[in-house]
Design a protein around this ligand. Structure first.
Ligand SMILES: Cc1cc2nc3c(=O)[nH]c(=O)nc-3n(C[C@H](O)[C@H](O)[C@H](O)COP(=O)(O)OP(=O)(O)OC[C@H]3O[C@@H](n4cnc5c(N)ncnc54)[C@H](O)[C@@H]3O)c2cc1C
Length: 391
């Protein structure tokens, strides 16, 4: 098998890249180790920055997004039983975000790819990238019980944090920056209309809580839990009771309860792999970097990477110059580190670190007060949340 761009992974990064290349008349093959149902059902991100929504629209994947996505003009910060709304358009010159689940983004992109795009092979597991530093990189993969080889001009590893692509970059050329957090998020999906029409980020002495949503009838809620917590150790009643405690306010706001349809625990990690390119192998999305979900940045970073790669490849085809491809890692990492900083700031602002001293807790409240009382501090949060420009 032969193609111009071999793409490993059909998460948001791989699927959007295949679509952008198809629109530019560049052929690709996508290899995905899981089956279609798994990829379409995996519950993860839900907040699209304005730039991400614009890219999906331009790629022809905006129809259902515009019909079913929920535009959000702000978030609420909750602390000390008080509520403070951050108004995005007022602070950022009109920017907003859209609530539209990653599962739906993937469904839309898969449908487009199967209808109009190049091959998208499910249950095709990439085993190794070979010859990354040569002009003829190859991906060895297994499909239908047989081993095969995909010969490419370029390989893009969009295979997520547990993928194999980045292992093809020699260790002596690699630097990894990493931080793990001593807590995770217990996330639930519940068949109940959201109790608030915007996301609520709550800092509480018992730990962080987030109220989010997937649609007008489905709530997504999270609780900070100790690292290594088993989701099944929490009964549904215990989850609702703890959420109620952490969201409590001095006014008459109440949390609506409903049937919980899914429960899982997500660990929290910050991770950056540098460089994001070696020869003709490029890394995009979670394959190169992870952020804790507090800043809602992971999916949006993946989109930024593949937009940068597609632009660079088109530039090379049109001008013969590889300057943008050569700058790929540097260009992406500028945005990645801003998102890492923002996600770290949001995480440390809102979570209760085990062993935090009373002094540190007071500082946390002072940081929240600063955001609530200073337009400059609030603008910084709003700019970060609605997204940093693509490189
Ligand atoms: C609970 C949770 C909540 C989140 N919330 C948000 C949010 O609100 N906003 C946000 O922006 N981000 C959020 N994120 C992060 C976001 O989901 C990820 O950043 C995003 O999925 C990254 O996309 P990706 O395509 O790079 O990687 P992935 O989505 O991980 O896709 C990688 C794909 O590669 C496939 N693959 C792996 N190995 C191989 C192989 N060897 N061969 C072939 N295929 C392979 C995998 O099966 C997978 O389909 C959240 C994540 C979690 C876990």
């Amino acid at each position: 098998m032969r193609t111009t761009v071999g793409i490993i992974g059909a998460g948001p990064a791989g699927l959007l890249l295949a679509r952008l290349l198809h629109k530019a008349g560049i052929d690709s093959v996508v290899l995905e180790s899981r089956d279609r149902g798994y990829v379409e059902q995996r519950q993860r991100a839900g907040i699209l920055e304005q730039g991400t929504a614009d890219v999906l629209r331009a790629a022809g994947a905006g129809e259902r997004l515009d019909r079913e996505g929920l535009r959000h003009d702000g978030i609420e910060l909750r602390y000390d039983r008080r509520r403070h709304r951050v108004d995005f358009p007022a602070l950022t010159g009109g920017r907003s975000v859209t609530v539209y689940a990653q599962t739906e983004v993937c469904k839309d992109l898969i449908a487009l790819q199967l209808k109009e795009g190049g091959p998208l092979l499910f249950e095709a597991e990439a085993l190794a990238v070979e010859g990354a530093a040569t002009d003829h990189p190859r991906v060895r993969f297994r499909h239908d019980g047989r081993e095969d080889v995909l010969d490419c001009a370029y390989v893009v590893g969009c295979d997520g944090f547990w993928g194999i692509a980045r292992t093809a970059i020699p260790a002596e050329l690699t630097r990894v920056f990493e931080r793990t957090y001593p807590f995770g998020w217990l996330g639930i999906l519940a068949d109940v209309p959201p109790s608030h029409d915007e996301l609520v980020y709550a800092r509480h002495d018992r730990g962080f809580a987030l109220l989010s949503m997937r649609s007008p009838s489905v709530s997504r809620l999270y609780l900070q839990v100790p690292e290594g917590t088993d989701a099944e150790a929490w009964s549904d009643d215990e989850i609702w009771a703890e959420l109620e405690r952490r969201f409590e306010t001095d006014d008459d706001w109440t949390l609506r309860r409903g049937p919980i349809t899914q429960k899982s625990v997500t660990p929290m990690r910050s991770y950056v792999h540098e460089p994001m390119r070696h020869g003709r192998l490029f890394l995009a999305g979670d394959a190169a970097h992870i952020v804790p979900p507090t800043g809602a940045k992971g999916l949006n970073l993946a989109v930024g990477d593949v937009v940068t790669f597609a632009r660079a490849l088109v530039h090379q085809r049109e001008t013969g110059s590889a300057e943008l491809l050569d700058a790929y890692s540097r260009t992406c990492l500028r945005r990645v580190w801003q998102a890492e900083r923002f996600s770290y700031d949001m995480t440390t602002l809102l979570h209760r670190a085990p062993g935090a001293t009373p002094f540190e807790e007071r500082l946390q409240l002072a940081r929240l007060e600063r955001i609530a009382s200073s337009r400059a501090a609030e603008t910084d949060l709003a700019e970060g949340y609605t997204g940093f420009p693509f490189g």
